[in-house]
Design a protein around this ligand. Structure first.
Ligand code: S3P
Length: 180
């Protein structure tokens, strides 16, 4: 991972379900490419002045999605960076269109078991609060994976050390950037 990668001239956007490792992989990827790292959920929370959980609770999911659309649109216009998006962002046709037009999209694909395991480690995910997380995640896999498949690059984010996934993602991006 010490080779000089070709610089990305547009944002690299990570998509995938909760627990896929977007933030962890994204921040390290940013270091490798010498780019700033931004977590869209953090920016939405900053703009709203409260946590994502509180936005859902106080204003509802539709308000969160509006904020998400605005924030991601703004970030996509702020130059090359690595951007981790919340799991629902790429499902929005408008956001997806913007990402497809203005960025390199990378889907971190993970299986149900690993998502269940990882999401159990960190709370703050309103969609998993009202029911059985395994069933909710299984439903989201069915619904979202065919859409996430529209990303430019797909990398499996398995139960391996983050370094391994990061190496796979970097190689896939380098291949994508050097494609004619
Ligand atoms: C969501 C995923 C969350 C966050 C919000 C909704 C989703 O982000 O944006 O709770 O719809 O899948 P992470 O994927 O970073 O957990």
């Amino acid at each position: 991972m010490t080779s000089d990668p070709k610089p990305a001239d547009k944002p690299i956007v990570l998509v995938g379900l909760m627990g896929a490792g977007k933030t962890c992989v994204g921040s390290r990827l940013a270091t490798r490419y010498g780019l700033p790292f931004t977590d869209a959920d953090e920016e939405i929370a900053k703009a709203a002045g409260c946590s994502v959980e509180d936005i859902f609770e106080l204003y509802g999911e539709a308000a969160f999605r509006d904020g998400e659309r605005r924030v991601i649109e703004r970030l996509l216009g702020e130059g090359p960076r690595v951007l981790a998006t919340g799991g629902g962002a790429f499902m929005d046709p408008e956001i997806r269109g913007r990402i497809k037009e203005n960025a390199i999209s990378v889907w971190l694909r993970a299986g149900l078991e690993i998502l269940v395991e990882r999401t159990a480690l960190r709370g703050g995910r309103p969609l998993l609060k009202n029911g059985n997380p395994r069933e909710i995640l299984a439903g989201l896999i069915d619904k979202r994976y065919p859409v996430y498949a529209e990303a430019d690059i797909v990398v499996d984010s398995d139960d391996v050390p983050p370094e391994v996934t990061i190496a796979k993602v970097s190689q896939a991006i380098d291949r994508f950037l050097s494609a004619p």
